[in-house]
Design a protein around this ligand. Structure first.
Ligand code: AMP
Ligand code: ZN
Length: 116
């Protein structure tokens, strides 16, 4: 995708604070961290959101889920971490290239979102 910011990061057209890269996946620190450890894990393939995944993405999604805890531990989340996938406008998604937020580095993160 020509103008997608995360595609541009994957193509190295704009810089990122990269922490992991392989053929299919890329992880980099979030520019506006919500906790001491906050990085994003993306597929290099452009997929708009979790609402847009299809059967052909099964292996890719599996790789992302397997990699997330490995990277979290490497970055210092020994006692756990939170994985967030904001999806669509109602889910608070701002960048429409699928990404996992991996957040941790505190003794305990605040509780989940409440209704109201
Ligand atoms: P979301 O609301 O799930 O779409 O979150 C997008 C995330 O991308 C936010 O946490 C931003 O701080 C982060 N972000 C935006 N631009 C960049 C960038 N150039 N490098 C790293 N993180 C970014
Ligand atoms: Zn993209």
């Amino acid at each position: 995708m020509e103008n997608c910011i995360f595609c541009k990061i994957a193509r190295r057209e704009i810089p990122s604070d990269k922490i992991y890269e392989d053929e299919n996946l890329l992880a980099f620190n979030d520019i506006n961290p919500a906790a001491p450890i906050h990085f994003l894990l993306i597929p290099k393939l452009h997929i708009d959101s979790l609402s847009d995944v299809q059967d052909i993405h099964q292996t890719l999604l599996g790789k992302m889920l397997l990699l997330a805890p490995q990277l979290a531990k490497e970055r210092g989340c020994e006692n756990g971490f939170r994985t967030i996938i904001n999806t669509g406008p109602a889910g608070g998604q701002e960048i429409f290239h699928l990404h996992f937020h991996i957040i941790g580095g505190r003794d305990r993160l605040p509780g989940m979102i409440h209704s109201g």
